[in-house]
Design a protein around this ligand. Structure first.
Ligand SMILES: [Zn+2]
Length: 328
């Protein structure tokens, strides 16, 4: 995805900058300390000199190399001890000459042995949060309240409202965890938790590093038509790429858009292209299944019917319930 690639490029530029800055800071720190404590510089040059002398000696008398090396090691050890003692006496941190990276695990490269470092994974998650259009509406599964669904039996399903929503909740959790699960189609009246549950799924997937994008049906289809008729001058190709390639696409409020053959075809394209890429879709709608059948083409309806798990939200309007219960 172009947006994602662009964002990743920025992330890696930031890593490069961090590494460079850490090195410059180290050099400055070392220079300052060396200037303030000339003795330290002396010890360091003694260490360098020692190494050079050893090298020269071995070069001139290779047969004595073992002997030279032995005395070199001994002298080096002493000099290092001397340096350590001096650092302690002058309250200079032992690691003053080391590069201090923002992330000590990956040394600001983003990778540990070719595996993404947790710091990079978090940055990618942040990018996906931005991309999702959902940042301000995300919820956790633990926030979902079953209290608004009663023990009233739903005749056509043969279970209570509460049992029904528990089933939907579990299927939603399974949807996040099981890569082979079917797409989800949430239908039912307003305020029954369809969007809320979609946002719980979105958050769970985002937090596991997946990319998610949310669109209301109205904006999705009107943006597309504007694009089709050349009314847009922004880069909608990028948006299209995200729509096709994000790990999860959520289309909210299907049926509120003005439908026509162009939007229906686009809708079918999205479903088909995403299925070919094994990417998931959640659709929520206030329409009944009969309403969907009437509004869209038979082809689209049967495509939805076969590739989506259809879940019916039944209950009283959660928002009204909240008002009645004083916003609880
Ligand atoms: Zn890291």
């Amino acid at each position: 995805m172009i947006f994602e690639q662009e964002a990743l490029r920025k992330i890696f530029n930031q890593y490069d900058e961090n590494r460079m800055r850490a090195r410059v800071e180290r050099d400055k720190r070392v220079e300052k300390i060396n200037n303030n404590y000339p003795k330290l510089k002396e010890i360091d040059s003694e260490i360098t000199k020692l190494g050079l002398e050893n090298f020269k000696n071995i070069l001139n008398n290779p047969e004595k190399s073992a002997e030279y090396n032995l005395s070199f090691e001994e002298n080096l050890k002493n000099l290092k001890k001397k340096k350590e003692k001096y650092l302690i006496e002058n309250n200079i941190p032992k690691d003053f000459d080391e590069v201090k990276y923002t992330c000590e695990k990956c040394l600001d490269t983003g990778y540990i042995d070719n595996e993404k470092c947790p710091c990079l994974i978090q940055k990618i998650i942040d990018v996906h949060y931005e991309m999702s259009n959902m940042k301000s509406m995300l919820h956790d599964f633990s926030e979902f309240s079953f209290d608004y669904y009663t023990d009233k039996k739903i005749e056509k399903l043969g279970i209570t409202e509460r049992e029904n929503i528990e089933d939907i909740y579990n299927k939603s959790l399974n949807f996040c965890e099981n890569v082979n699960s079917k797409n989800l189609l949430f239908y039912g009246g307003c305020g029954l938790g369809k969007t809320f549950l979609s946002s719980c799924i979105a958050k769970k997937m985002l937090d596991s590093g997946k990319s998610v994008v949310y669109e209301t049906s109205v904006s999705l289809f009107s943006d597309y038509e504007d694009y089709k008729f050349g009314k847009r001058n922004d880069n909608f190709d990028e948006t299209m790429e995200i729509l096709y390639n994000a790990d999860l696409l959520i289309i909210d409020d299907l049926g509120t858009e003005v439908s026509n053959p162009i939007s229906s075809q686009f809708f079918l394209d999205i479903i088909n292209k995403r299925a070919a890429l094994s990417k998931k879709v959640i659709i929520s709608t206030n329409l009944t299944m009969e309403g969907i059948r009437k509004k869209y083409t038979d082809r689209l309806f049967s495509r939805l019917y076969e590739s989506f798990e259809i879940l019916n939200f039944v209950g009283n309007d959660v928002r009204i319930q909240k008002l009645i219960n004083g916003g609880k």
